[in-house]
Design a protein around this ligand. Structure first.
Ligand code: PLP
Length: 360
């Protein structure tokens, strides 16, 4: 029998490791552990890359001027309010290092790279836990002295539930009054762009909003993200960023992605329909509770005694389907797992395999 890898990986989407461990090709795996657009990348990207290839004989534009201009138009901001990075992850590490906070405060459960970035920057870390009764979203304002760099995700990760906008405004005002910083991670908000809190940037000079091309535009391997914030803060961060971290291909791809309005609206429609389909069908399976996500991933809890996400993941791997065991998120336990929202056929394969696994 094939030996299945059993440790919880720090992130979803580690298909290279999994395929090697299982002795299969990456294409044999159906990956629900990373939350990537099931449509694949936008069609215009191929031409954009071919064009950009001609430019790789030069260093990349250090200022990413074309991409920042495109992002400025897309987000209704100025180019000075935008810093691009080698994935939004690079910007998380940059913020943790460059702002020299006394203490970082992470609203949990959360993307593990916030904590790792603070650890590497030798910044002490505190946590503000959220509860299941609030769908793992913030329910109260964190103490102002708890940390002077606050990490908060919107929608929450991994529950996919939106923040209460009134509460957000109170948190942002509190952070501002305390002279602290707030990094609001909107890496997945593109699926519900109308809910983005970027409209409040002008009011809060210490607010930074993180965005990613990875998930919505289906390009995790390219590494492209950006930070939106007050021009002074952006300039300060930019001054501490490594040179040329965003390569010529990535810059060209970013510009091309933002021009794909048909792909953008098709993605939103598809994900909404498939999310509702999955939530509906999951509700009919015994021993599962799902959380009301608005994005392209769903957090699910196993409610039957004795069932664990680690065991379920192993069983699903036998079907060549990868789910994300979410037990290593701070504040979750062995009963939680996360799945991506994919296309109809793939979602049906997931549901059929889940049904079999849960029957045992
Ligand atoms: C909540 C959240 N923020 C940020 C990221 C980083 O994404 P990237 O570095 O690919 O832009 C991830 C990746 O999984 C994530 O889940």
């Amino acid at each position: 029998m094939t030996k299945l890898p059993d440790q919880t990986p720090p992130h979803g989407g580690d298909v290279y490791f999994l395929a090697r461990s299982l002795g299969v090709n990456i294409g044999d795996l159906l990956d629900f552990s990373a939350n990537i657009n099931p449509l694949g990348f936008p069609p215009g990207l191929t031409g954009a890359v071919e064009e950009a290839l001609k430019e790789i004989v030069h260093y990349p534009d250090r200022r990413s001027l074309k991409l920042r201009a495109a992002l400025a138009a897309y987000h209704h901001l100025t180019g000075e309010a935008i810093l691009v990075g080698n994935g939004s992850t690079e910007l998380i590490y940059l913020v943790a290092r460059a702002l020299r906070p006394r203490r970082g405060l992470i609203v949990t459960p959360a993307f593990s790279e916030y904590e790792h970035a603070l650890n590497l920057a030798r910044v002490p870390v505190a946590f503000h836990p959220t509860g299941e009764s609030h769908n793992f979203t913030l329910a109260e304002i964190p103490e102002p002295q708890a940390g002077d760099l606050v990490f908060l995700a919107h929608p929450a990760s991994p529950s996919g539930v939106l923040l209460d906008p009134e509460l957000f405004l109170r948190v942002a005002a509190g952070v501002e009054a305390a002279g602290a910083y707030l990094l609001l991670d909107e890496a997945f908000v593109d699926f519900v762009e109308e809910a983005s809190l970027k409209i409040h940037l002008g009011r809060f000079p210490r607010l930074m909003i993180l965005r990613s091309f990875t998930k919505f535009f289906g390009i995790p391997g390219m590494r492209l993200g950006c930070l939106l914030g007050a021009p002074e803060l952006v300039a300060r961060l930019s001054g501490e960023q490594e040179p040329w971290s965003v390569n010529t291909m990535a810059q060209a791809m970013g510009v091309a992605c933002l021009a794909e309005s048909e792909y953008i609206s098709r993605t939103r429609t598809l994900i909404k329909r498939e999310r509702e389909f999955l939530l509906d069908r999951l509700a009919a399976l015994p021993g599962l509770t799902s959380f009301p996500s608005v994005v392209n991933y769903l957090l699910v809890k196993l409610t039957r005694p004795g069932m664990t996400a680690a065991a379920l993941r192993q069983q699903m791997l036998a079907h060549r389907i990868v789910i994300r065991d979410a037990s290593n998120f701070r504040g979750l336990d062995e009963r939680f797992f996360r799945i991506a929202v994919r296309g109809r056929k793939e979602n049906e394969r997931l549901l059929a395999a889940l049904e079999q696994c849960l029957r045992i």
